[in-house]
Design a protein around this ligand. Sequence first.
Ligand code: NAD
Ligand code: SER
Length: 318
Amino acid sequence: MSELAGSRILVTGALGQIGTDLVKSLREIHGSENIIASDIRVIPNHPCILGGPFSVLDVLDEDRISKIVENENIRVIYHLAAILSAKGEENPELCELINVVGTRNILEAAKRYSIRVFVPSSIAVFGPDAPKHAPQITPLNPTTKYGITKVDCEIMGMLYWKKYGVDVRGIRYPGLISWQSPVSGGTTDYAVEIFHSAISSFQSYECFVRPDTKLPMMYMDDAIRATIALMDVPIESLSDARCGYNISGFSFTAEELSSEIKKHIPNFICTYKPDIRQRYADSWPNSVDDSVARNDWNWSANFKLATLVNDMLLNLKR
Ligand code: NAD
Ligand code: SER
């Protein structure tokens, strides 16, 4: 039985790519009424809004965070509200504000109300000087504003844990691939967009990174399983990686992804027109070493490229 059973849970940024899948899984586990989805925007027919309690919440609004935490008796927060890499480079001030100040506001509430918090990190914490197979511990010198905010949040999370005992946990997600929600604003978006284009009547996609671009990726099912597992693991199991565990799914080049899709849709054509996002992708590792997560909380991924492509196409066609 989960240590968090019966806890009421708040999810910020719930209408985004991860929140859409995470809220659904949490509601299945804990009961719909115990999961408060929240976001700064409202999408009327979104499953998170139709499927249970929803509150409008801007994570820059400290009073509203407190009000929701008190009124809804929140004991756990999954803090997903953020600006992703590509959008973050277009608007670095906004990226810093939402990602860093928003996270600080959530951590302050967590300190005040003794809340366990999940703060996602990213492979974007690594910069060009990190080994291309990125270890858990290595210098973190990202060259994107987004990456810098993610390093800041890992450091801030550790500070709240060490100084105030706030139970902050986080994962350095690879690029995530999913079918339940559209994506926008990230560098790894091509690995999702390609599926939508492949099943459209055009059966073609213009990819914004080079064919040889290889990044760590993960299917959303594995990411959600990892997230919930990390939040459920006894606190004694966690090491100093607690605010940014490397987790690995698999790595592939854009061309390998396109070839795998072609096995299912022979007429599919992928062309390549790299844009500014190539630079962000080039600054990130090709793969990550997740041995610390494996050791601390028995993490291991299920999906590989072939099973992911099969599952994505099956679900999107349905
Ligand atoms: P997303 O962009 O799909 O969703 C983010 C959500 O946050 C959106 O629904 C947006 O409306 C909301 N939001 C923006 N500003 C807000 C504010 N001020 N207050 C409240 N909500 C606000 O992002 P995602 O892909 O779901 O990512 C969630 C988290 O996971 C982020 O921290 C992201 O950095 C991290 N992450 C994602 C990936 C990925 O591939 N999706 C990879 C690594 C890390
Ligand atoms: N998938 C994210 C992005 O591309 C990385 O954190 O922004």
